[in-house]
Design a protein around this ligand. Structure first.
Ligand code: SF4
Length: 463
């Protein structure tokens, strides 16, 4: 017998939006451990805030409310307020005390698994780790998530963790934790099988354990694939996922059906990096099953793409399938207006491909607001006039520009150049925060950003 306690920690940042995000990694790990009868599982969601605005709740995405927090020294010149998002620390400690009091397995057979998504969110994970150490001193405190995978040395230097997980295969993670606790391996393989009777690879048979979350905000997050075949110089996808893998169509339909019919939420968001890659062999197959099975569009269940999809893959047929399947938020990655910058950074898109994709989406019935295009803001090689050209081009094409704030990501080519020029940004991940990086390390000021955002809003309202 053993205890697994999963903690989605609080977040410290200037601002925090929940665009359908859920602690997917922890929820998948929970789903795997639930298959082992020896495990007593507890989940503490430190970010259970219900979206207050009705329109935001219905859409499943919106702005979170924080409380003012002291600004770390490295942000002292940033003239904006810093916040803590999540339940109070005392509540987190009380939850841990309650789990401890309920008992089950000895405390030395207990692992506390904490995740941290952004590298610059490590403070919330450290806070949760300190609380767990104080209340459960014999437990093994473990860290996972994107911060752990990109910056394991930084996390190790804190000496707060007994184990730092740098992998992403869910069943491997579970076995690593069991090894840490000196527990015999678990059979967490009792899930769905493919046509040959084999367990779906990559943990793709697991449905994230959403029933453990206190608040779903009318939405679920999911993936239909992991990884990306491209290698853009500013992106960590290749580093986080060594290969591109797709989830079997039947597993995707199972998952969507569960969200719609059992959880009864109205929204599902895909966090794939390359949802439309080889669309004939993947997206078209599951989307067709979904359309035939549920009459998705008009059924009151909306699909969203907060992560950009590849514009070059959206032809006429693809746009129509997306519309019929019930997508209502489309995001396309454009990033740079300048052809040279597009090519040098990975060549995933061109102005022509973007224009054609937007045209196909408009013809399929999407409106301008539903088609958002990400433009990289604050990248060291793009200037404010280049960004403004991109904004104008996107609006001319008939879509809505969205400024995606650049931050240097460890182990990416663009990150490496910045860390070489400004080593402090590698040593202190808080300096990688996208909301302040451009202000601190480029000649673009916050006022430029604000002005451009207002320019987009003015034009969007007249479009
Ligand atoms: S195409 Fe998108 S997900 Fe893939 S490497 Fe480029 S930015 Fe990352």
């Amino acid at each position: 017998m053993y205890n697994i306690i999963l903690i989605n920690p609080p977040v410290y940042d200037f601002t925090c939006y929940n665009l359908w995000e859920k602690p997917l990694g922890l929820l998948n790990i929970a789903a795997a451990f639930e298959r082992d009868r020896r495990c007593r599982l507890s989940f503490i969601d430190c970010m259970p805030e219900r979206l207050a605005k009705k329109s935001e709740y219905e859409r499943g995405a919106g702005k979170l409310t924080g409380i003012p927090a002291p600004k770390p020294e490295c942000y002292k010149n940033v003239k904006r307020n810093y916040h803590r998002y999540g339940i109070p620390l005392d509540d987190l400690k009380a939850r841990l005390e309650k789990i401890k009091a309920e008992g089950f397995a000895p405390l030395n057979k207990t692992a506390v698994l904490i995740s941290a998504m952004m590298t610059y969110w490590y403070g919330g994970a450290y806070e949760a780790a300190r609380a767990a150490r104080e209340i459960l001193p014999e437990a093994k405190i473990c860290l996972g998530g994107i911060y752990a995978r990109l910056m394991p040395e930084h996390a190790a230097a804190s000496t707060l963790f007994d184990y730092i997980e740098t992998g992403y295969e869910i069943r491997d993670i579970c076995q690593n934790i069991l090894r840490l606790l000196n527990i015999a391996p678990a059979d967490t393989n009792s899930g769905d099988r493919d046509n040959e009777g084999e367990i779906y690879p990559g943990g793709f048979d697991l449905i994230p354990a959403y029933h453990l979350l206190p608040e779903l905000n009318n939405s679920a997050a999911m993936t239909a694939s992991t990884g990306c075949p491209f290698s853009c110089s500013y992106c960590a996808s290749k580093i986080l996922y060594s290969e591109y893998k797709i989830k079997p169509a039947a597993a995707i339909i199972n998952e969507l059906t569960y969200y719609k019919n059992t959880l009864k939420v109205s929204n599902a968001a895909f966090y794939d990096d390359a949802l439309l890659y080889k669309k004939e062999e993947h997206f078209y197959i599951w989307a067709d099953l979904w359309i035939k099975g549920s009459g998705a569009a008009g059924s009151g269940f909306n699909l969203h793409l907060p992560n950009a999809v590849h514009a070059s893959m959206i032809d006429d047929k693809c746009a129509n399938i997306m519309k019929t399947a019930g997508f209502s938020t489309i995001r396309l990655g454009y990033e740079f207006y300048d052809d040279k910058l597009q090519k040098e950074s990975g060549g995933k898109v061109s102005g022509g491909a973007l224009k054609s994709a937007i045209n196909n989406l408009l013809n399929a019935g999407f409106n301008k607001k539903e088609i958002g295009v990400y433009i990289l803001f604050g990248h060291p090689q793009s200037r404010i006039d280049e960004i403004k050209n991109a904004v104008n081009f996107v609006m001319e094409c008939g879509a809505t520009p969205h400024l995606a704030l650049f931050s240097p990501i460890p182990r990416t080519p663009d990150g490496a150049k910045i860390f070489e020029a400004h080593p402090e940004t590698l040593h202190e991940p808080l300096l990688q925060n996208k909301t302040v990086f451009f202000e601190m390390y480029s000649d673009i000021k916050y006022e430029d950003y604000y002005e451009l955002k207002q320019y987009i809003q003015r034009n969007a309202s007249t479009m």
